[in-house]
Design a protein around this ligand. Structure first.
Ligand code: AMP
Length: 581
């Protein structure tokens, strides 16, 4: 709280949204029916995300409005109107029906960031399938775990990604159809594969009627916990009303906005705010297939005249590192509102935003499980650099002690939310017990620690568990440890987050070797490559330290807390329940 509050230079001109009067406490009760009315929802007709995000615009004056400007990593450009997307998603829905896919079946995507992901996800949702987008950077292990757990029936992928996972296909008996998106052409179809272009051409562009209701499952995103494999957090179609509302409240969408969300659809931000929120609001958005490069990013903003930009602290820190000179080489004056999510946004980054973009960067907080933004800094609000902001309408957030009792301002504790908001996850796939365990004493326990100040602003402190947040991606240490243990040289592995100035944390592994293996630099390199091939470059350890044995409790649980203390040079604390360290 050493930093002064920041207001946008033109704050007087920013309209205060209804229900967001800064003079009233935010959060608390909210009449969600008013949002349903604004979206013309009639539950008797059913409720479907694709109808709300695409088809209702295609049947309105927004029919010829561009929904998607896509730019490929090679500079290819495409654009799709709401009318185009309506037809294409109908074709995909019909193609799935043609393959025998039924409502409730799981349709997964494992594909680069190309328009077909958007078409397939909304096409699947249209016919009532549950979608599961996977990050294209994943190696075979995370793909296998997620497809096995979800029992996915269909996978949309590309020729090169198909090749990456070919060896594990025999381990996926539920997977009946591979749909191959062959953008380059010339892919020799393997037996059993369907070619995206062919099944789309053969399918009708009309899909009348709504097949789902508010509480039907829509999308699942796998998220990592401290123990076990990642869990699929499952959401429902009704979440759309909160994506719509927060798009107005937090992202400050206006009809003529051009919006760019830098997140990949493999992560929840890339769907909730890279698909559902902009398009339920009928907003034009830009999708860039390529990765980070400061000059490319600024030229995208310049070329498409991006007005609202949603990105992440690691990206902002990389832009800060790239310096101000490169900003000056581009006209980015179209930018009106900048938001950030996924990790703590350091105060320096908020202040840097004011200097180079002439406006603060607005941090907000939410998670895979919450489905939508729950705590935010609003466009019209004074930003307290380093704070996540205040709860959005309809959200009661609190800080609880270890007995789940509410704590007063200034006291650090567990960040918790009163259950019942529309975009709340409805279960963890195949794991209702774990789902139930996230609710205590009438609260949803987020797994984060935080505190509030006297004015109701929330301040992030850290994770309450061992989950690592690297560049905004949650990594479960168990997943990385399991991958390392598959190497013949590894006896045991313990994985922690090591502080990093750009990515906040990077994955570090402590490895004990089996007898007969020497801790050489070559073996260290080999283990890093081994993990990268199996997992993803973001998840694999950036550092491996050999250690004789790992600290464990008497019951055999690895004490990652001690590994972290060792890494940080902190006192090791009470070790009485431990085996020898
Ligand atoms: P995920 O479920 O992958 O979206 O990750 C959610 C987690 O990311 C949260 O539980 C936090 O630990 C972290 N996170 C998200 N947004 C913020 C933020 N604005 N400040 C600090 N941590 C955040």
């Amino acid at each position: 709280m050493n930093y002064p509050e920041i207001t946008k230079p033109d704050i007087d001109k920013i309209p205060v949204r209804p229900n967001l009067d800064p003079n009233f406490p935010l959060g608390g009760e909210f009449d969600w029916a008013s949002i349903e009315k604004e979206m013309d929802i009639n539950h008797q007709e059913g409720l479907n995300l694709t109808h709300l995000a695409i088809d209702r615009h295609a049947a309105s004056s927004r029919r010829d409005k561009v929904a998607l400007y896509w730019e490929g990593k090679n500079g290819d450009r495409e654009s799709y109107t709401f009318g185009d997307l309506s037809k294409l998603t109908s074709r995909f829905a019909n193609a799935l029906l043609g393959l025998g896919v039924k409502k409730g079946d799981r349709v997964f995507t494992f594909l680069e960031r190309v328009p077909e992901i958007y078409i397939a996800i909304f096409g699947s949702l249209k016919m009532g399938a549950i979608v599961g987008p996977l990050f294209a950077d994943f190696g075979p292990d995370p793909v296998r775990d997620r497809l096995q757990d979800s029992g996915a029936k269909v996978l949309l992928t590309s020729p090169s990604l198909r090749e990456r996972i070919a060896p594990l296909l025999p381990e996926l008996p539920d997977l009946k159809h591979l749909i191959i998106v062959d953008r380059a052409g010339g892919y020799p179809a393997q037996a059993g594969d369907s070619i995206y272009g062919e099944i789309m051409d053969a399918a009708s562009p009309d899909f009348p009627g709504i097949t789902t209701g508010a509480e039907d499952y829509s999308i699942m995103h796998y998220t990592s916990g401290t123990t076990g494999k990642p869990k699929g957090a499952v959401h429902v179609h009704h979440a759309a009303i909160q994506h719509f509302a927060t798009g107005k409240w937090v992202l400050d969408f206006h009809e003529d906005d051009v919006y760019w969300c830098t997140a990949d659809p493999g992560w929840v931000t890339g769907t909730s705010y890279g698909m559902f929120s902009p398009w339920t609001n009928g907003i034009t958005q830009v999708v860039y297939e390529g990765g980070f490069r400061a000059s490319t990013w600024y030229s995208l903003i310049e070329r498409y005249k991006v007005t609202v930009w949603y990105t992440a602290p690691t990206a902002i820190r990389m832009l800060m590192k790239a310096g101000e000179k490169v900003v000056g080489q581009h006209d980015i004056s179209s930018l009106r509102h900048i938001c950030s999510v996924g990790e703590p946004l350091n105060p320096e980054a908020v202040i840097w935003g004011l200097k180079v973009f002439q406006q603060p960067i607005h941090d907000n907080w939410w998670q895979t499980e919450t489905g939508a933004q729950l705590i935010a800094n609003y466009a019209f609000m004074a930003v307290r650099p380093g704070s996540m902001g205040r709860p959005t309408p309809g959200i009661t957030a609190a800080i609880l002690d270890e007995n789940y009792a509410e704590l007063p301002p200034g006291k650090e504790g567990q960040l918790a939310i009163k259950p019942g908001w529309p975009s709340m996850f409805r279960t963890y796939w195949n794991n209702p017990e774990l789902y139930q365990s996230r609710f205590q004493n009438g609260w949803y326990i987020t797994g984060d620690n935080a505190y509030t100040d006297d004015d109701g602003y929330f301040w992030f402190v850290g994770r309450a568990d061992d989950v690592i947040n690297t560049a905004g991606h949650l990594v479960g240490p168990f997943e990385v440890e399991s991958a390392l243990m598959e190497h013949p040289a590894v006896a045991e592995a313990g994985v922690i987050g090591k502080p990093d100035p750009i990515a906040m944390e990077v994955v570090k592994a402590f490895v004990a070797l089996k007898d007969g293996y020497e801790p050489t630099p070559e073996l260290r390199r080999e283990l890093m490559q081994f993990a990268r091939r199996k997992l993803a470059s973001a998840t694999a350890p950036r550092d491996i330290e050999f250690i004789d044995s790992l600290p464990k409790t008497r019951s055999g649980k690895i004490m990652r807390r001690l590994l972290k203390a060792k890494e940080l040079g902190l006192p090791l604390g009470d070790t009485s329940t431990l085996e020898e360290f």
